[in-house]
Design a protein around this ligand. Structure first.
Ligand code: XMP
Length: 316
């Protein structure tokens, strides 16, 4: 039988209304799953749900503002928590990739716990969908990286878990999103630890700002080249800030600047990936823009031509 988003929403809202008797909280980064879950629960219990967005200082350019605007448009009761000082403080001096991931995950939980307590929530809503629980739990795979999902919170939070999208697959979530008037951006994947794992070495506000600007240039140029038919839009594409400085010339002066690596891959499931065959002219445009627009910080741009395996998609 065809999936009917209208029937699903009506049934779910009714069920949630009965199930959630107190207050509930949800962490929402603006992704489709958590946003759909937030809107469904909002329809059921209104202001008794608090939707929390944690600004870690490591988000993409304009992300916090656009998520805020989306919450306003959707009419949900939300709080944008600016925790950037807290995150940068906790990451000070840390260069080990796994340590970074753990610190970000833990810090996120602390901030969220505080919000839950202040609000007096006794239920926790999560946007878990079917592939999330079907794919996990094999217990045999090596920990290559500790994946951190903004929704993944510890069991000892003593909050009742509510997962309204448990049985749905991604395409069904998209249908529900459309039905609820949520814009589903076909954005590329973005990791939970955000820009922190695209900064090799210490994560500072300055480094975050450099890699954020470089990511915008890579995104804009590859999206433009794809829309002009010069190439197929890659599966994932971004910039990485390396802890390598090199000598260059700017005008007639010696420069000693930082290095940006461009990473762009084609994949279907992120388990394996190959580097994208970006036309040289497009690579040149990216290189020129980074060199011109970011010359205060960056004087070398390189392209990562490694497949996964042996590399991973992100550098950390
Ligand atoms: P890797 O780098 O492991 O990445 O080849 C595979 C895909 O997963 C994304 N990624 C993450 N996503 N939490 C996430 O939700 C994470 O901690 C995380 N680490 C990597 C990565 O961007 C790529 O799409």
């Amino acid at each position: 039988m065809m999936f009917d988003p209208k029937a699903f929403v009506e049934e779910k809202v009714e069920e949630l209304r009965k199930k959630i008797t107190g207050k509930a909280i949800i962490a929402c980064s603006g992704g489709v799953d958590s946003t759909v879950a937030a809107v469904l629960v909002d329809r059921a219990i209104g202001e008794r749900l608090l939707t929390v967005y944690v600004d870690t200082g490591l988000m993409r350019k304009g992300e916090t503002e656009s998520v805020r605007a989306m919450f306003i448009r959707l009419g949900v009761h939300f709080n944008v928590v600016d925790a950037s000082d807290e995150f940068f403080g906790a990451l000070k001096g840390v260069t080990d990739p796994e340590a970074k991931r753990k610190i970000i995950g833990e810090r996120f939980i602390r901030v969220f716990e505080r919000e839950a307590k202040t609000f007096g929530a006794d239920s926790l809503v999560q946007g878990t969908i079917a592939p999330d629980w079907i794919e996990s739990g094999d217990g045999v795979r090596d920990t290559i990286k500790s994946h951190h999902n903004v929704g993944g919170l510890p069991k000892d939070m003593k909050l009742k878990l509510v997962e309204p999208l448990w049985d749905l697959y991604k395409d069904e979530v998209r249908l529900v999103a459309r039905y609820l008037g949520i814009e589903v951006a076909e954005r590329q994947p973005f990791p939970g630890p955000a820009l922190a794992i695209r900064i090799i070495g210490e994560v500072t506000p300055e480094a975050a700002s450099i890699v954020r600007d470089a990511c915008v240039i890579v995104e804009e140029e590859l999206e433009e080249a794809s829309s002009k038919g010069l190439m197929v839009r890659p599966w994932q594409y971004f910039a990485v800030l390396l802890p390598v400085q090199s000598v260059g010339v700017q005008g007639d002066r010696r420069a000693y600047g930082r290095t940006i690596a461009i990473r762009s891959v084609d994949s279907t499931d992120a388990m394996t990936a190959s580097f994208s065959r970006i036309p040289y002219d497009v690579l040149e445009r990216i290189s020129l823009r980074i060199s011109n627009e970011m010359k205060a910080n960056v004087n070398r741009v390189v392209y990562d031509v490694t497949h996964k395996p042996p590399a991973t998609i992100e550098w950390e």
